[in-house]
Design a protein around this ligand. Structure first.
Ligand code: SAM
Length: 297
């Protein structure tokens, strides 16, 4: 707004020199590339792509003339200084990934952080993102949600993360490769119960877009019968909020002390126990305070 209600400020000319543009690109449907994204990609001085070959067709179709650089997890450290130098020299730079929003389970985060740390301007040109697209089409509560991206594949880390996900009361969005989907649904069924709501979004924005749910049991059965192919995003309903358990203050103090003995800080212990038990965090924290005061008296 330019101060007069209802008037939109005239947009600054884009791309502007020395600015990093984080540009969302389609996750399937090419019509989802915004006119603003097209214009910036066509006119920036340089483009950092997760894979220059993958993005080549899109960029060529837009008539993008900017110099193309690959930017991915294997060359981050060598590329970062080069890309920062370009920006500092007053070039405009666009960052794109193979699909969707850079920085969301895709390279980008470090370039954005380094640019900000160097005092450079970063502007996101928003676009498609599988996580939010799956979430809002799932029908599951979206007022508060968690994004887990890809879960760890190693046994211990995976088990711990799965347990956290299973106990989470907010809706959780998870990315998974199709060849691991059935395994993940089995693990979720075991930890969350077969009837926990879930919606598996497959091939969003593409011709064979599909939603499979509404429970883990039904999704698992479906993908046992139809081998998963294409890209999948899971939207898992939250765990039921714990019902507050009735116990004496001494019981809660002992539980808190056990968490503290295991390495948690007092406030973390109160938070963890509140999450598990349904008790109020404040009350638990106050109990701790009370017990340490009692000991001092
Ligand atoms: N940055 C991307 C974004 O914002 O959407 C996500 C990149 S991540 C490497 C790729 C994962 O996103 C896939 O394994 C899948 O879980 C999810 N995904 C990407 N495109 C999808 C689609 N069209 N339908 C469903 N899930 C998709």
């Amino acid at each position: 707004m330019n101060g007069r209600r209802g008037h939109i400020v005239s947009q600054r000319e884009e791309p502007a020199p020395g600015v990093l543009y984080v540009v969302g690109t389609p996750i399937g449907h090419l019509g989802d590339l915004s006119p603003r994204a097209s214009a910036v990609l066509a006119n920036v001085s340089a483009i950092a792509c997760e894979d220059t070959r993958h993005s080549g067709q899109l960029l060529t179709s837009l008539g993008a003339q900017g110099q193309r650089f690959s930017f991915h997890q294997h060359n981050t450290q060598t590329r970062l200084p080069q890309l920062l130098q370009l920006l500092q020299a007053g070039k405009s730079l666009a960052l794109i990934s193979d699909a969707g929003l850079p920085g969301i389970s895709d390279p980008g985060e470090q370039l954005v952080a380094a640019s900000r740390a160097a005092g450079l301007e970063v502007i996101c040109i928003p676009g498609p993102c599988a996580a939010t697209t799956a979430l809002v089409s799932s029908g599951l509560p979206s007022g508060r949600f968690c994004f887990e991206g890809f879960l760890p594949t190693k046994n211990k880390d995976r088990k711990q993360r799965l347990e956290t996900v299973a106990n989470e009361i907010r809706t959780t969005v998870i990315y998974e490769a199709p060849h691991r989907l059935v395994q993940l649904l089995r693990e979720l069924a075991e930890l969350c119960g077969h009837e926990r709501p879930i919606q598996v979004a497959r091939e969003l924005t593409k011709r064979h877009e599909q939603q499979v749910g509404p429970t883990i049991a039904i999704a698992l059965q479906h993908f046992l019968e139809h081998k998963p192919v294409g890209e999948c995003t899971l939207v898992l309903g939250g765990a039921p909020a714990p019902v507050a358990e009735e116990h004496s203050n001494d019981h809660w103090r002992a539980e808190l002390q056990a968490l503290i003995d295991a390495g948690s800080s007092a406030s973390d212990a109160a938070r963890q126990l509140a999450q598990q038990s349904g008790q109020s965090r404040r009350t638990l924290y106050a109990l701790l305070h009370q017990s340490s005061k009692d000991q001092c008296d």
